[in-house]
Design a protein around this ligand. Structure first.
Ligand code: CO
Length: 432
C-alpha cells in the first residue's frame, strides 16, 4: 500500500459520498470488489471460517467483517469503528418558499454544523428518495444532482456593517438556499420525480413518497499547500476514518475476526436503530459468536479502535489547546483521552495502540482538551458501554471541524491505516 494511491482512493471516496447513504453505497462497492459477500439482517446466516461479509442497516450504517479461523470466543474480535454522517443542512418535507421572486428551499440543521462557511458555496443536493413504482411497490434509490443548483448568498457588508465583528446566524431565517428565480408555484416533489427518472429510468418511479435529502458543496476534496501536505474537503470528519478502516479491513488476513463498523447518526447522539446506541453491532456480534456466553467470552478478548478526527492545534488560536496536548497535522494519528469518559481510552487500550504504532513505525500524538473547555465525544464510549468491548479513541488531527470545508493532513490517515492493519492481524491486545 502506497500513500499516494491511498490518498487518491480517499479523494475518490469523498467525492462519491455526499451523504451517509452514498458513503455506505461506495463502501459496499469496494467491499464487493474485494470479494465480500452481502448478508441481510432478516436472513439466517451460514458464516464460513475466513469468510468475508458485510451487512447494511438503514441504508446508512454498515458492518463488514472477516470471520477469523480462530473461534471468536477464544481469541476475540479486532474492531474498528467510525461514523458515516457529518453536520449539514437537510431539506424539509415541504420545502418550497417563494419570496421576493425567488424559489428557496427550507432546511433544518443536522448536527452541530459550523454555519458561516455554508454561505456563498456552490451547493448541490443528494440523498435517498422513497417512491412508488409502476407495480405499486415501494422502493428507494439514491439521487445526486451533482451540479451546483443552490446557493445561500451572504448579506453584503454595506447592509450589515458589523458582519466582521458579530454575525449571528438565525438557523430558521438565514439558511434557505436560493434555487431559482420565479414567481410560479413550484412543487419540489415533482422536480425530484424528474431527477429520479433521469438517474434511474429502469425503476419505473411514479410518485415520490418521501426523502432524506441534504445540501452539499460541489467543490471536490483536493490536496492543498505548497508541498501538497493538506487535504481539504467536506465530511473529512468522519469519512476519512471510514475509508481508513475499510482499507485496513481489506488487508485483514483472517486469523482473528476483524470487524469494521460505520454508524450513521453520531453527530446527533447515536440514538437510532442503525446508530451506535442501537442494536445493530450487538446483533452482528451475537451471530458471529453463536450465543450470549460466546459473545461474553469473545468480548473479554476483544478491542475496538474508535476512529474519529481530532482537533489539530490551530496556529491562530493556539490558546484553545492544552499546550502539552495540541496535535500537529501530519505528525501522526492522535490518542484521545478524557478523564470523564467522553473518550473511552484507558491506560490499557492506549498502551495497545502505542505499541501498534511503534511496531508499524507510525508517529503518534495525544489529545486532551483544555480543562476549562467542553470535550466532544465519539461512538467509542457508546460502543464500549453497549458491548463491553475495551476501546481506544483515536483519530487524525484536522482544522475547521464541522465546517463545509475541513482540512487534514495528507500523511496521517495513511499512518493510521498502517496501525489499524497491524491491529487486525496482530494476536495480542490484552494484558498478560
Ligand atoms: Co466525528
Amino acid at each position: 500500500m502506497k500513500q499516494q494511491e491511498f490518498n487518491r482512493g480517499l479523494l475518490d471516496f469523498l467525492r462519491r459520498s455526499p451523504t451517509p447513504y452514498h458513503a455506505v453505497a461506495d463502501l459496499v462497492r469496494q467491499l464487493k470488489g474485494a470479494g465480500f459477500e452481502a448478508l441481510r439482517e432478516s436472513d439466517e446466516w451460514q458464516l464460513e471460517s475466513a469468510g468475508r461479509y458485510y451487512v447494511v442497516s438503514g441504508g446508512s450504517s454498515i458492518v463488514a467483517f472477516v470471520k477469523g479461523r480462530h473461534d471468536p470466543a477464544d481469541s476475540g474480535l479486532r474492531a474498528v469503528g467510525a461514523h458515516t454522517d457529518s453536520p449539514c443542512l437537510k431539506i424539509k418535507p415541504q420545502p418550497e418558499i417563494t419570496q421576493c421572486g425567488y424559489l428557496q428551499l427550507g432546511v433544518e440543521v443536522y448536527g452541530n454544523a459550523l454555519l458561516n462557511p455554508w454561505f456563498d458555496r456552490d451547493l448541490s443536493i443528494a440523498g435517498r428518495v422513497v417512491f412508488s413504482s409502476a407495480g405499486d411497490d415501494m422502493r428507494s434509490a439514491l439521487i445526486d444532482y451533482r451540479e451546483a443548483i443552490a446557493v445561500i448568498p451572504s448579506l453584503a457588508i454595506h447592509l450589515d456593517s458589523n458582519a466582521n465583528e458579530a454575525h449571528p446566524i438565525n438557523k430558521h431565517q438565514h439558511l434557505s438556499p436560493v434555487v431559482q428565480i420565479t414567481t410560479d408555484d413550484v412543487d419540489f416533489r415533482s422536480l425530484l420525480l424528474q431527477q429520479l427518472i433521469k438517474e434511474h429510468a429502469d425503476h419505473g418511479a411514479k410518485d415520490v413518497l418521501d426523502y432524506d435529502l441534504y445540501l452539499y458543496d460541489t467543490q471536490p476534496a483536493a490536496l492543498l499547500g505548497l508541498k501538497r501536505e493538506f487535504i481539504a474537503g467536506a465530511r473529512l470528519d468522519n469519512l476519512v476514518s471510514c475509508y481508513t478502516g475499510l482499507r485496513a479491513l481489506l488487508e485483514a488476513e483472517g486469523q482473528q475476526t476483524a470487524v469494521l463498523v460505520c454508524n450513521d447518526h453520531e453527530e446527533v447522539g447515536s440514538q437510532s436503530s442503525a446508530g451506535a446506541q442501537g442494536p445493530f453491532l450487538r446483533s452482528v456480534l451475537r451471530r458471529l459468536c453463536g450465543d450470549a456466553v460466546g459473545v461474553h467470552r469473545a468480548v473479554q478478548h476483544s478491542m475496538l479502535i474508535s476512529a474519529d478526527n481530532s482537533h489539530g492545534i490551530h496556529p491562530n488560536h493556539a490558546d484553545k489547546h492544552d499546550a502539552n496536548h495540541g496535535p500537529i497535522i501530519n505528525n501522526g494519528p492522535v490518542i484521545k483521552i478524557n478523564a470523564n469518559q467522553r473518550y473511552a481510552t484507558t491506560a490499557e487500550t492506549s498502551a495497545v495502540f502505542r505499541r501498534l504504532c511503534r511496531t508499524a513505525d507510525v508517529p503518534l500524538q495525544v489529545f486532551v482538551s483544555r480543562a476549562d473547555l467542553a470535550c466532544g465525544s465519539t461512538i467509542g464510549p457508546i460502543i464500549a458501554a453497549e458491548t463491553g468491548i475495551r476501546t481506544v479513541d483515536v483519530g487524525v488531527p484536522q482544522f475547521a471541524m464541522h465546517s463545509i470545508r475541513e482540512l487534514c493532513g495528507s500523511r496521517d490517515a495513511f499512518h493510521l491505516c498502517k496501525a489499524m492493519s497491524l491491529f487486525f492481524n496482530e494476536a495480542h491486545v490484552s494484558l498478560a
